[in-house]
Design a protein around this ligand. Structure first.
Ligand SMILES: NC(=O)c1ccc[n+]([C@@H]2O[C@H](COP(=O)([O-])OP(=O)(O)OC[C@H]3O[C@@H](n4cnc5c(N)ncnc54)[C@H](O)[C@@H]3O)[C@@H](O)[C@H]2O)c1
Length: 256
């Protein structure tokens, strides 16, 4: 898929201080794109600079910060061609005990922020007659697991946002697609492995094999770079006919 490198573009990527976002920024920079890397963690500065991107610090649970991030990209680069909504967090608790504050934070970051960023970036894409919106959803946008009510609700909602954007962007050169990965080797998953190992009194390797890969046909975790490759394809000129789709990269989880 790397052969599908498109014309140099301007990309805004969220959640870039580690994991999938970091891999996407690196891949885009290698392709010659100009990238605004947006994260609330100041560690994102060094990560962005190392890749050749520009860092913008913003807590995307704040709607004004979402608009400021888009304004910064427009000020620096004059346009936005590609938006990758990737920032995410996780909180695990049964519905009965799920803290309202965590519910609101997750929905704000993982559903409202992608909406506000899409809305703010849209005029630039429409004016140029070319745009790519790529939403990093999850296998949990397709199926549920207990204990993750807010995450799963946000990710299912993201699919609805993706499809709506695809329909509205169809005659404006704007495509919108979602990627639905199973477990990817990132700090978000490392923390879950450690938590689950403590919770179930298991070794970490046992958690990976017996819990995380229970439904997987391909018995391994996904590399962030594998997700970045798919993002790059969806962001390319070659993917112009692909829109409104949810791309499972789930090791076969939902095939059963
Ligand atoms: N790792 C997986 O197994 C997996 C699977 C499916 C989907 N995803 C999704 O991929 C995306 C990236 O996750 P990851 O695994 O790379 O995790 P990660 O923890 O490595 O990265 C998440 C990024 O989001 C940033 N972030 C968190 N809160 C923020 C806020 N309020 N404002 C701005 N930035 C904020 C973090 O600083 C971090 O850089 C998430 O949306 C996640 O739900 C991950």
């Amino acid at each position: 898929m790397t052969d599908n490198a498109s014309t140099p573009r301007v990309a805004l990527v969220t959640g870039t201080s580690s994991g999938i976002g970091e891999a996407v920024v690196r891949h885009f920079c290698e392709q010659g794109h100009q990238v605004l890397a947006v994260d609330f963690n100041p560690a994102g500065q060094e990560v962005a600079e190392r890749a050749g991107a520009v860092f913008f610090q913003a807590d995307l649970t704040d709607g004004e910060a979402c608009k400021a991030a888009v304004a910064e990209a427009l000020k620096r680069f004059g346009r936005i061609d590609i938006l990758v909504n990737n920032a995410g967090i996780q909180h695990v608790a049964p519905i009965e005990e799920f803290p309202e504050s965590q519910w609101r934070r997750i929905i704000d970051l993982m559903l409202t922020a992608p909406f506000l960023l899409t809305q703010a970036a849209w005029p630039s894409m429409r004016e140029n007659g070319w745009g790519r919106i790529i939403n990093i959803a999850s296998v949990h946008a397709q199926v549920a697991s207990p204990g993750k009510a807010a995450y799963i609700s946000a990710k299912h909602g993201m699919i609805g946002l993706t499809k709506t954007a695809a329909l509205e962007g169809g005659d404006q050169g704007i495509t919108a697609n979602a990627i639905c990965p199973a477990y990817v080797k990132t700090p978000l998953v490392d923390n879950q492995i450690a938590d689950q190992a403590r919770m179930h009194g298991m070794e970490e390797q046992e958690v990976i094999e017996k819990i995380m890969l229970k439904n997987a046909a391909v018995k391994r975790l996904i590399e962030p770079s594998e997700v970045a490759e798919l993002v790059a394809y969806l962001a390319s000129d070659a993917a112009g006919a692909v829109t409104g789709a949810s791309w499972n990269m789930d090791l076969g989880w939902t095939a059963q």
